[in-house]
Design a protein around this ligand. Structure first.
Ligand SMILES: Nc1ncnc2c1ncn2[C@@H]1O[C@H](COP(=O)(O)OP(=O)(O)OP(=O)(O)O)[C@@H](O)[C@H]1O
Length: 268
């Protein structure tokens, strides 16, 4: 298969190899950075500390999972990193740009240009074919279609023979592959995947996680995935573990055993 339209991963490595720790390639600027990221909801007796001063760097061309128990702040962290929610205090920088400096319109344009999203519920338009769904964000943004990139993305996701099908004619796994292709075709600096396997059986989940890995290791994308499934997090190069709104561990290529132990541990 051809991935000629993709750049070489700058810090990624082929599937199955031992990826070096990000500390061994200090030259690459992070795809995203949170500094002292704090988010509270409500006030008074109803005050909730969803994020308590999170410092975090998301490495480029790596597959990072964010995991932690229910209520630990995973979705809040992802929403703040992706500019979908404003922090109460602290900073978020994506692709070198401080999000706090952008007004709503600029933020919308920035997200459209630099950030891709994959959701648990696929969010495909039912009346459009797979091919039309993949191209929709580019068309909405008035951007021209890079046919080489489109072909490379479709090939990477194994969708070449499904492009004329509507979502109702596709399996859940195939629909999620279309959603991933839709995110990748825009060539974003970072893709956020929110529980991307939450609606899939174990076989389709493994397939989707494999595709996300290949998007990183073969196509040089940066993927951040929120999950509470250990098996899903084990596909990632790095796993950020949250407890009570704080990062309790940032692990590189953890085994399921290491992850299990990190999940049990709480912040001291
Ligand atoms: N809009 C909101 N208003 C009030 N509290 C909120 C709001 N959104 C989240 N919270 C609270 O913030 C904390 C973190 O929530 P968050 O959804 O980020 O956790 P999570 O780790 O993603 O949980 P889950 O795995 O259950 O989705 C929780 O205590 C939650 O109840």
């Amino acid at each position: 298969m051809s991935t000629a339209a993709f750049p070489s991963p700058s810090t990624g490595s082929p599937i199955g190899s031992q990826t070096p720790s990000p500390t061994s390639s200090p030259s690459a600027a992070p795809a995203a950075r949170a500094t002292g990221l704090t988010k509270t909801y409500g006030q008074g007796d109803n005050l909730v500390h969803a994020l308590r001063g999170v410092d975090l760097e998301i490495s480029r061309a790596r597959f990072t999972a964010i995991m932690g128990p229910s209520g630990s702040g995973k979705s809040t962290l992802m929403h703040c990193l992706a500019g979908l929610d404003a922090a109460t205090a602290g900073e978020v920088e994506v692709a070198g740009r401080r999000l706090a400096g952008l007004d709503d319109t600029a933020l919308t344009l920035f997200r459209r240009e630099h950030i891709g999203f994959v959701f648990q519920a696929f969010n495909l338009l039912p009346m459009l074919t797979a091919g039309q769904n993949i191209l929709l964000p580019l068309e909405l943004a008035g951007r021209s279609v890079d046919r080489d990139r489109y072909d490379a993305v479709v090939t990477l996701l194994g969708l070449a023979d499904r492009l004329g099908h509507r979502p109702s004619e596709l399996s859940g796994g195939q629909q999620q592959r279309v959603a991933i292709a839709r995110a990748l075709v825009c060539d974003p600096d970072i893709v956020f995947a929110d529980e991307p396997t939450g609606n899939l059986d174990s076989e389709a989940s493994a397939e989707i996680l494999g595709h996300l890995r290949r998007s990183v290791h073969e196509a040089g994308m940066t993927v951040v995935m929120v999950t509470h499934e250990l098996e899903a997090a084990a596909y990632a190069d790095e796993v950020v573990v949250l407890h009570d709104g704080a990062v309790s561990a940032h692990l590189v290529e953890p085994t399921v055993d290491v992850l299990t132990a990190a999940l049990r541990r709480r912040v001291a």
